[in-house]
Design a protein around this ligand. Structure first.
Ligand code: G6P
Length: 368
């Protein structure tokens, strides 16, 4: 056990720390810089059909569903194909309209989640092209799909998914790049995405150097009973994922919300006891997020913000900041989620909980 944990006290920490490598492994051999495109062997022969899809549907559960939400933003922005993201458990029972011109992507770390597998069988029956994005090679979802892309994150043992999430995002970026270039993204723009992808492992290493700082911040928040996580745009799914990590392993109630929706309800919860985690990297909605931060501050909420390295404005407004390097908006979630994984980890450890095997949860949910 100690050996497989590689010297770390928990699998979860080991898996968080492995991300420079797991992210690299997800893209290794798959980026063609000269052509500004990705090469995905598992999709060979299906590319044109995917490009011609009327619609892409993404079906998944849990953390994989959050990855799907980021995928929706990427694919719509760059590939110009309408995307819908579905909870597999809802999708399969609500008489979904699935057409042969649709492509359905099933995202699953384990490749065994019962609801995701059942939704795959349903979509296949209706003639859609079914693609699997799985980690476990030879798993049921990988086998049942028409084609797919492995994320190659390596075995993930901790129940709370960490490195699989960032690798799912890498693979969704590769799929986006492929489709976008086959549609109308220019060579220069494709090459820009590739350069940004290639710089991710180094940037992740830098974030991981903040581990001690995040552990100290966890001290200040470990006794809180509730948390709100807020983000907009590409960072909205990151807010959901950050809140899920905290719930799963520290048993603290946490809600993720699109920052602007706060005024339609959650703002009523804010007082000096309510910590709010903002994911506030510099993107198209940055100024709007600043306004949301000010609204929370005016109500005396405690704020922890995930900001870009060169941001010297937000730290004046909030209680704590954790810095992450800048990348293009589409890839920013791969970086901004990492401090939230570490925060959840340290809070849970400080509360004396079983981080790798939280109560009531299973790594792979094979019941419906
Ligand atoms: C369980 C796990 C989660 C995971 C979800 C979906 O709830 O605890 O970490 O995100 O299942 O699993 P999958 O293997 O399909 O990605």
């Amino acid at each position: 056990d100690e050996i497989t944990k590689g010297g770390y006290p928990h699998y979860m920490l080991k898996e968080i720390m492995e991300q420079p490598d797991s992210i690299f492994n997800s893209m290794r051999g798959r980026l063609l810089y000269e052509e500004g495109i990705s090469k995905l062997g598992g999709l060979q022969g299906y590319e044109d059909r995917i490009v011609r899809s009327q619609r892409i549907i993404i079906s998944a559960c849990g953390t994989s569903w959050h990855a799907g939400l980021v995928g929706e933003y990427m694919l719509e922005e760059y590939a110009g194909i309408p995307v819908e993201v579905e909870y597999a458990s809802e999708f399969r029972y609500r008489h979904p309209i699935i057409r042969p011109e649709d492509t359905v992507i099933f995202i699953s770390q384990s490749g065994e989640t019962a609801d995701t597998l059942a939704s795959l069988k349903e979509a296949k029956k209706k003639g859609a092209l079914c693609l699997g994005v799985c980690n476990v090679v030879g798993s049921s979802i990988a086998r049942e799909s028409n084609a797919g892309v492995y994320i190659h994150a390596g075995p993930e043992i901790g129940v709370a998914s960490t490195k699989a999430f960032t690798s799912q995002l890498v693979v969704l970026s590769l799929i986006t790049l492929l489709l976008a270039r086959k549609k109308n993204l220019s060579l220069i723009e494709g090459q820009n995405i590739i350069r940004e992808m290639q710089s991710l492992p180094e940037k992740v290493k830098k974030i991981l150097e903040s581990n001690d700082q995040i552990e100290k911040i966890a001290d200040e928040y470990m006794s809180c009973r509730n948390f709100l996580y807020l983000g907009r745009g590409y960072n909205f799914p990151v807010a959901l994922e950050g809140a899920l990590k905290l719930k799963e392993i520290s048993y603290i109630h946490a809600e993720g919300y699109p920052a602007a929706e706060m005024k339609h309800g959650p703002i009523a919860l804010i007082d000096e006891n309510m910590p709010v985690v903002f994911i506030a990297t510099k993107d198209a909605v940055y100024d709007k997020v600043i306004s949301n931060i000010e609204e929370v501050k005016a109500r005396k909420g405690r704020i922890l913000a995930i900001v870009n390295e060169d941001d010297d404005y937000i730290e004046k407004l909030v209680d704590h900041v954790i810095r992450v390097p800048k990348t293009i908006n589409m890839l920013q979630p791969i970086l901004s989620v990492i401090p939230l994984q570490l925060l959840a980890y340290h809070v849970a450890v400080k509360r004396g909980l079983n981080v790798d095997q939280p109560r009531n949860l299973a790594k792979s949910v094979t019941v419906e």
